[in-house]
Design a protein around this ligand. Structure first.
Ligand code: NAI
Length: 326
């Protein structure tokens, strides 16, 4: 269809936004033209105007229009895709509860606005941290939107895991398939290569080095964000934007028959993940819908890792429940 896809991006004047908007406008989601709806807080609107000047100056053929503002009810009106990137970072002296409350306020309001004004076919991807719990808050505050329309981003972790395997084995990233990130987008996440394939062979068998998996691969993927802050003096933004695009594209357009992706989606109890948590799973997508890959064997090592990460998600859910956010 040549009707533009209406894509909302929140936190559009931030670091990720500065990369994400240009990727979206240059066709990262596919050939269909897009209209951008950019949400920011009032004090950031002037900076956002500057970013829009740059978008104009790229003369992107696929960019059908840009609208900016600070009212989610206006910006989300009729959107088909909402990428919720803006969030409140942890400030000095801020307790975990303060962080959850500050983000809770943002994602409560945005969930309600999406519920009221988004298009019937809306898909919502949450990148802003704590992404899984922010998605849970938005989902709970949007009772008229099917729960399957919400997801949180673990695609960056998924891509990081592929990149580490490719480097270790000297294999092109295109030969690495069926990677899985389980659980929370946090240091407890479990990057699982036991079902992954390298050029059609089981990755764990190709690597054949459990110590590398436990002592290098898993912590390197899980702590990559901190390593980038250390090196760059700023958090990973371009790679987060790239992963946000990959996740949205695959959600809308489908995954290839011989592969899957990682997405944090609402649990139906699969693999013992408590029902209702937004937890990362291996998923396939088709026509804008995802389904959790079933029937994978989970050994004791993987079981313990998945349980640890989902226990953290359950604690976050408990905390936001006590704060009255869901
Ligand atoms: P940033 O601080 O540069 O930008 C965030 C923007 O959000 C700011 O411009 C701010 O004004 C805006 N904002 C705050 N409250 C808002 C609201 N209520 N409505 C609209 N906009 C609002 O941060 P950056 O680097 O762009 O990262 C954004 C988020 O993405 C952070 O929470 C970060 O932790 C998270 N992140 C998630 C990753 C993932 O893999 N899931 C990877 C990297 C970052």
């Amino acid at each position: 269809s040549s009707t533009p896809l209406k894509v909302a991006v929140t936190g559009a004047a931030g670091q990720i936004g500065y990369s994400l908007l240009f990727r979206l406008a240059s066709g990262a989601l596919g050939d269909r033209p897009i209209e951008l709806r950019l949400l920011e807080i009032e004090p950031a609107l002037k900076a956002l105007e500057g970013v829009v000047m740059e978008l104009d100056d790229c003369a992107f053929p696929g960019l059908a229009g840009v609208k900016i503002g600070s009212d989610p009810n206006e910006i989300f009106d009729g959107v088909n895709l909402a990428l919720l990137v803006g969030a409140r970072p942890r400030g000095p002296g801020m307790e975990r509860g303060d962080l959850l409350s500050a983000n809770g306020a943002i994602f409560t309001a945005q969930g309600k606005a999406l519920n009221a004004v988004a298009a019937d076919d809306v898909r919502i991807g949450v990148t802003g941290n704590p992404a899984n719990t922010n998605a849970l808050i938005a989902m709970t505050n949007a009772p008229d939107i099917p729960r399957e329309r919400f997801s949180a981003l673990t695609r960056l972790d998924h891509n990081r895991a592929i990149s580490q395997l490719a480097a270790k084995t000297g294999t092109p990233v295109t030969e690495i398939k069926k990677m899985t990130i389980w659980g929370n987008h946090s240091a407890t996440q479990y990057p699982d290569l036991f079902h992954a394939e390298i050029a059609g062979k089981n990755a764990a068998e190709v690597i054949n080095d459990q110590a590398w998996v436990e002592d290098y691969f898993i912590p390197t993927v899980a702590k990559r964000g901190a390593a980038i802050i250390d090196a760059r003096g700023a958090s990973s933004a371009a790679s987060a934007a790239s992963a946000t695009c990959n996740a949205a594209r695959d959600w809308l357009n489908g995954t290839p028959a011989d592969d899957w992706v990682s997405m944090a989606v609402v649990s139906d109890g699969s693999y013992g993940v408590p029902e209702g948590l937004i937890s990362s799973f291996p998923v396939t997508t088709s026509n804008g819908d995802w389904s959790i890959v079933q029937g994978l064997e989970i050994d004791d090592f993987s079981r313990a890792k998945i349980d640890a990460s989902t226990a953290e998600l359950a604690e976050e859910r408990q905390a936001v429940t006590e704060l009255g956010l869901i």
